[in-house]
Ligand binder design. Structure first.
Ligand code: SF4
Length: 250
C-alpha cells in the first residue's frame, strides 16, 4: 500500500521536501535538535498520510447554510456534535434565518437547547449573533475573520470553521482539543494555548492543506490518538511521532 497516497494532492516541490522527514529518526537517535526544515517535512508527511487515510471526512454537525453552520459550531463548544444535532433540528425549524432568530425570545431558545452544556450563555449568543448579523451585516453571515469574530460567542476557532466550510476560504486552522493535543504530541508546537498553536501550525503546514486539518485530525484523534490511551502500536503515523518514541524509550 502506498502510505503516502498523495494521488496528485501535492506538487513536486512539496513532494521533494517531504523526503526530508526520514532525517527525523536519525536526529532523534542522535539526540540532535530537529531543524525547522525537518519539522516542516515531517508535518507534510503527517498531513499527507492523514489525507490518504481520511480522504473525504465531513463535519458531523447538521447545517444547511452559513448561518446554521455558525450557530451549530457556536453551540458545539464543550459539547458533543451528537448533542448539538439533537437540539438544532427544532432550533432551525423554528428560527431558520438570522432575521427569525433575531426576534426569538431568549427564554424560548433556552428551552430548546437546554439539553446541551452552557445552554443559557449559548442561547443568548444565538440571539445576539443573529441580531448583529441583521443589524451590522445586512442579514448575511460576514465572510472575513475580523467580522466573524465580532459575533457574540464566535471565536477564531468557530470563525475558521465557518470560513472554511461555508465560504471555502481557509484563512487559518481551527485548533480544537483534538488538533491541539495531536500537534503537541507530534511536537509541531510547544505552545500553551490553541491560539498560539495555530500560528505554529500555519508556519509549517502549506496553505493548500489548511482546509483538511481540522476534520481529518478530529477523526484521527477520536479513532487513533485519543487523550487517554492512544493506539500507538497500530498508528500509521507512529514513525513520525516523538510521543511514541518517548514511550518506547521508557
Ligand atoms: S503514535 Fe501514538 S501519540 Fe503518536 S500520533 Fe499515533 S497514536 Fe498519537
Amino acid at each position: 500500500m502506498n502510505t503516502r497516497g498523495d494521488g496528485g494532492f501535492l506538487n513536486n516541490k512539496t513532494k521533494r521536501s517531504i523526503n526530508g522527514y526520514h532525517s527525523y529518526r536519525y536526529e532523534r537517535q542522535k539526540q540532535v535538535k530537529e531543524t525547522k526544515r525537518h519539522i516542516t517535512a515531517r508535518a507534510l508527511e503527517f498531513c499527507t498520510r492523514m489525507h490518504a487515510h481520511y480522504p473525504s471526512v465531513q463535519s458531523a454537525l447538521n447545517y444547511t447554510d452559513a448561518f446554521t453552520l455558525t450557530i451549530a459550531v457556536l453551540l458545539s463548544a464543550q459539547t458533543t456534535d451528537a448533542a448539538v444535532n439533537s437540539v438544532t433540528g427544532e432550533l432551525f425549524s423554528r428560527w431558520p434565518t438570522p432575521q427569525a432568530m433575531a426576534t426569538a425570545p431568549i427564554d424560548s431558545v433556552e428551552q430548546v437547547i437546554r439539553r446541551i452544556g452552557f445552554w443559557k450563555t449559548k442561547a443568548r449568543h444565538c440571539v445576539d449573533t443573529a441580531r448583529m448579523i441583521v443589524n451590522d451585516f445586512g442579514g448575511t453571515v460576514p465572510r472575513t475573520m475580523a467580522e466573524l469574530t465580532r459575533l457574540p460567542g464566535v471565536g477564531r476557532k468557530t470563525a475558521n470553521i465557518v470560513m472554511n466550510k461555508a465560504f471555502n476560504n481557509a484563512e487559518g486552522i481551527a485548533v480544537d482539543t483534538h488538533v491541539f493535543r495531536i500537534a503537541t504530541r507530534l511536537e509541531f508546537t510547544h505552545a500553551a494555548t490553541p491560539l498560539a498553536a495555530e500560528q505554529d501550525l500555519l508556519a509549517i503546514i502549506p496553505r493548500e492543506l489548511w482546509c483538511n486539518v481540522n476534520e481529518e485530525w478530529i477523526h484521527f484523534g477520536r479513532e487513533v490518538c485519543p487523550a487517554r490511551k492512544p493506539h500507538c502500536d497500530t498508528c500509521f503515523e507512529r514513525d513520525l511521532c516523538p510521543f511514541a518514541a518517548r514511550m518506547q524509550q521508557r
